[in-house]
Write a protein that binds this ligand. Structure first.
Ligand code: HGY
Ligand code: MN
Ligand code: MN
Length: 422
């Protein structure tokens, strides 16, 4: 699908996405982890683009970068568009970045059209949407919605820095988080690559997101005894990795059972497993794993946790080790996207002759937190083979431009309708 006469500049939008992709760890493209110097370099680049677009910029106390275009009638509040500029390790060029660049292109297109919207428009780059080294995701959108608490701020990364100090280091102010909480945003819209295969496989232009999956992350630590791999008889070992490996199998089995049992969506993953001391000739003394469980039905999360709690305890006993930790790191409920905003996005797509489908999101997004303070909705654009969170992640220039144009149309419509309805 190549749509011409879109109400925005597809090349300018694409150039921003490609330019941000250059700001990456050269050893592991594409990596721009939150709170790192590379992340701050990417922020600097965004601030320059925001300023060139005539936006006033600030970092709120939750560490979010916000570009602002004043509306003709500021009393009406804000229509916000955004996503995140941080990446997973060895991730892609589009996850998050396409959404931030879309917001920037929409305000430039509004400016070029010579029409000043009634509402103020904000472009937001949320801090640390991806699970950070501190063990928490969506740091900035939690902060903007009053969901970032002291326990979370006390989390530390492996080097010992607290999230509180890291937040201060990137321009936030953890002692004044209440200033980040917003009550003036009337609508939040986010463009994101689908990170799935539905749109591409059905040759559809965009997906109007119906709901965003709930995500629970659980940390499990097994404490055994480091011992000599050559001289310690099998019957006398306290091998923490044996219990951890059995628990990984339990996670897979339980998730498959729950998914097969009629859940409309249930997945679970162990993406982090660290072994200590991690040497070929030492019986593992300590193992840490993090479980990521996702569903649209919270009752299934409860059942899953009960199964893994029970089975991990049994695996510890069988391996003669202690299960030292079984703790929830984060727990976000599933979220329904706002019906009126979904209609505006769908009509925006139709205005441009784009084909669309309603689609649930198996990925987490800042929009899930933003829905706590304002109507929020998302539009997906196709990505090649559904691949994401990997360097092969790819979305076509035209696909991103089409999704951005649908948001542009929706923003213009909402600027009128929200104003009238107040
Ligand atoms: O993990 C997720 O679903 C998102 O990419 N942060
Ligand atoms: Mn992601
Ligand atoms: Mn993302």
């Amino acid at each position: 699908m190549v749509k011409t006469n879109l109400p925005l500049d597809a090349d300018r939008l694409w150039a921003d996405v490609m330019a941000l992709a250059e700001i990456t760890d050269p050893q592991r493209p594409y990596t721009r982890r939150s709170f790192t110097a590379l992340f701050l370099e990417g922020r600097e680049w965004l601030v320059q683009r925001f300023n060139e677009a005539g936006l006033t910029t600030r970092i709120d106390t939750a560490g979010n970068l916000i570009g602002r275009m004043e509306g003709r009638n500021p009393a009406l509040g804000v229509i916000a568009i955004g996503s995140h500029s941080d990446t997973v390790p060895s991730g892609g060029r589009f996850d998050g970045i396409a959404g931030v660049a879309t917001g920037l292109e929409i305000v430039r297109a509004l400016r070029d059209s010579g029409v000043q919207p009634e509402h103020t428009i904000e472009v937001i780059d949320f801090l640390a949407e991806e699970p950070s080294e501190y063990g928490l995701s969506c740091v900035g959108s939690r902060g903007m919605t009053g969901s970032l608490d002291d326990k979370m701020l006390a989390l530390t990364e492996p080097g010992g820095e607290t999230l509180r100090d890291a937040l201060r280091r990137v321009g936030g102010d953890p002692d004044r988080l209440e200033l980040a909480k917003r009550d003036d945003i009337r609508a939040f819209l986010e463009l994101h690559i689908e990170q799935g295969i539905v749109l591409e496989s059905q040759s559809l232009d965009v997906g109007i997101v119906s709901s965003i999956v709930g995500i629970r992350r659980i940390e499990v630590i097994f404490q055994g005894e480091a011992d000599h791999a050559g001289t310690t008889p099998m019957a006398l070992r306290h091998d923490a990795l044996v219990a951890a490996a059995a628990t990984v199998s339990s996670v897979r089995r339980a998730a498959e059972q729950l998914a097969a049992g009629g859940a409309d969506y249930f997945v679970a993953t162990v993406g982090i497993l660290s072994v200590d001391p991690s040497a070929s000739n030492i019986v593992p003394g300590r193992c840490r794993l993090v479980i990521d469980a996702r569903t649209t039905q919270p009752a299934l999360t409860q059942r899953f946790v009960e199964i893994i709690d029970r089975e991990s305890t049994a695996h510890a006993m069988a391996a003669r080790v202690t299960r030292a930790t079984f703790a929830t790191l984060s727990d976000g409920p599933p979220v329904a996207c706002d019906p009126a905003l979904r209609t505006a996005l769908r009509e925006g797509a139709h205005d441009l002759g784009l084909s669309e489908i309603d689609l649930p999101s198996g990925a987490g997004h800042d929009a899930a937190f933003m829905s706590r303070i304002c109507p929020s909705a998302m539009i997906f654009v196709p990505c090649r083979a559904g691949k994401s969170h990997a360097p092969e992640e790819w979305a076509d220039r035209e696909a991103i431009a089409a999704g951005a144009a649908a948001i542009y149309q929706a923003v213009k419509a909402l600027d009128q309708s929200l104003g009238r309805n107040g």
